[in-house]
Design a protein around this ligand. Structure first.
Ligand SMILES: Cc1cc2nc3c(=O)[nH]c(=O)nc-3n(C[C@H](O)[C@H](O)[C@H](O)COP(=O)(O)OP(=O)(O)OC[C@H]3O[C@@H](n4cnc5c(N)ncnc54)[C@H](O)[C@@H]3O)c2cc1C
Length: 303
C-alpha cells in the first residue's frame, strides 16, 4: 500500500489552508473529508474574515475550495475517518468507511459538529422540521413560525438569518440573558419578529408527519409554542471520536502546543478540533497554515 508523506483529515478552513500550504511545499499528501468547507460553508453572514468586510459562509467556502483545487494532491471526498493508529514502524494508518490509507504524518482538522438536545421528538422529527443548519434549511420556513434553541453566537447567527425569512422567531435560551457578540445580540433584541425566552429549555418536540410545536419549560412552568421549525443551536462538540491515541482535554478537544504538535510525534492538529482558544474561521485557517509548516519540518527532520 502506498505511504503518503501526510494525510489531512477534514477540509474546513483549517484543513483547506493546511492543504494549500502543504501543496506549495510539494509534499505528496492525501485529504480525507466528509465535505468541503466545514462549518464555514453553513455560516451565515461573515464580517470578521480579514479582507472581506462582508461575505456569506457559502461564498467564502467557495473561494477556499477554488484556491485549494488549484493545486495537485489526492482527495477523498464524502469519506469519513473512523480510526487512526500509529504502528510500531512509525507509519500512521487511517481507516475510513471506504478504505484504508497510510502516511508518515497526519494533520487532524476535523472541526466540530452540533450538539444534540436529547429531548423527546428530536430524533423523530430530524429533517421533518428539526434542523441543525439555518443556512441550509432556513429558506424552507419562509413565512412560518420557528424556534431556535440556544443563546450563543450560533443561535444569534441563525436568528439573524431567520428573522429575514420566518414570520416569527422564538429564541429559547436556558440562561438569564443571551450571550454571544453584542452587535448580533442588539439586532436580535431590536427585531419585531424575534421573541427571546430566557431561563427556558425545550422539554419536547411534537408533531404528526412534521413538527407542529415544542413544549418549553420556563422556570418550572410548562408552555406550548406552535412552531413549524426547530433550529438546534445548542453548542458544538469536537469530531474526535475516531482518534484515541492523542491526548485530549475535558471537552474532548485535541491538546496541541504552539507548533500544533499533539503528544504523538508526527500527528498534528489544527482549528476547532483543538484546545486552541476561540473558534473562528481566521483562527482555524491560521492554525491550519502553522500545522502544515510544522508537518513539513517534521518530515524534513525524519526522512
Ligand atoms: C452557524 C455558524 C456561524 C459561524 N459564524 C462565524 C463567523 O461569522 N465568523 C467566524 O470567524 N467563524 C464563524 N463560525 C465558526 C467557524 O465556522 C469555525 O470556527 C471554522 O469553520 C472552524 O474550521 P475548522 O476547519 O477547524 O473546522 P470545521 O469547519 O468544523 O471543518 C471540519 C471538517 O472536517 C470534516 N470531518 C469531520 N469529521 C471527519 C471525519 N471523521 N472524517 C473526515 N472528515 C471529517 C468535516 O466534514 C469538515 O470538512 C461559525 C460557525 C457556525 C456553526
Amino acid at each position: 500500500m502506498k505511504i503518503y508523506d501526510c494525510i489531512i483529515i477534514g477540509a474546513g478552513p483549517a484543513g483547506i489552508t493546511a492543504t494549500v500550504y502543504l501543496a506549495r511545499k510539494r509534499i505528496d499528501f492525501l485529504v480525507i473529508t466528509k465535505d468541503i468547507g466545514g462549518q464555514a460553508a453553513i455560516s451565515g453572514d461573515i464580517e470578521n474574515y480579514t479582507g472581506y468586510q462582508f461575505i456569506t459562509g457559502p461564498e467564502l467556502s467557495a473561494k477556499f475550495e477554488e484556491h485549494m483545487r488549484n493545486y495537485s494532491f489526492d482527495l477523498k471526498e464524502q469519506e469519513e475517518a473512523s480510526i487512526v493508529v500509529k504502528r510500531d514502524d512509525g507509519v500512521i494508518a487511517v481507516k475510513t468507511d471506504k478504505g484504508e490509507y497510510q502516511a508518515r504524518s497526519a494533520i487532524i482538522a476535523s472541526g466540530k459538529k452540533p450538539k444534540e438536545l436529547n429531548v423527546p421528538g428530536e430524533k423523530e422529527f430530524k429533517n421533518k422540521g428539526v434542523s441543525y443548519c439555518a443556512t441550509c434549511d432556513g429558506p424552507l420556513f419562509a413565512g412560518k413560525d420557528v424556534a431556535i434553541i440556544g443563546g450563543g453566537n450560533s443561535a444569534l447567527d441563525a436568528g439573524l438569518q431567520l428573522i429575514r425569512i420566518a414570520k416569527r422567531v422564538f429564541i429559547i435560551n436556558n440562561t438569564p440573558k443571551l450571550g454571544g457578540d453584542s452587535v448580533m445580540r442588539e439586532q436580535i433584541e431590536s427585531s419585531k419578529v424575534a421573541t427571546v425566552l430566557n431561563n427556558s429549555k425545550v422539554a419536547a418536540i411534537f408533531g404528526d408527519n412534521f413538527v407542529l410545536g415544542i413544549k418549553v419549560d420556563k422556570e418550572g412552568k410548562e408552555e406550548t409554542l406552535a412552531v413549524q421549525g426547530v433550529f438546534v443551536e445548542a453548542g458544538l462538540i469536537p469530531n474526535t471520536d475516531f482518534i484515541s491515541i492523542v491526548e485530549k482535554n475535558a471537552f474532548k478537544e485535541i491538546n496541541v502546543n504552539g507548533h500544533n504538535e499533539t503528544n504523538v510525534p508526527g500527528i498534528f492538529a489544527a482549528g476547532d478540533v483543538t484546545n486552541v482558544p476561540e473558534k473562528q474561521i481566521v483562527i482555524a485557517a491560521g492554525e491550519g497554515a502553522k500545522a502544515a509548516l510544522s508537518t513539513f519540518k517534521y518530515l524534513m527532520q525524519n526522512r
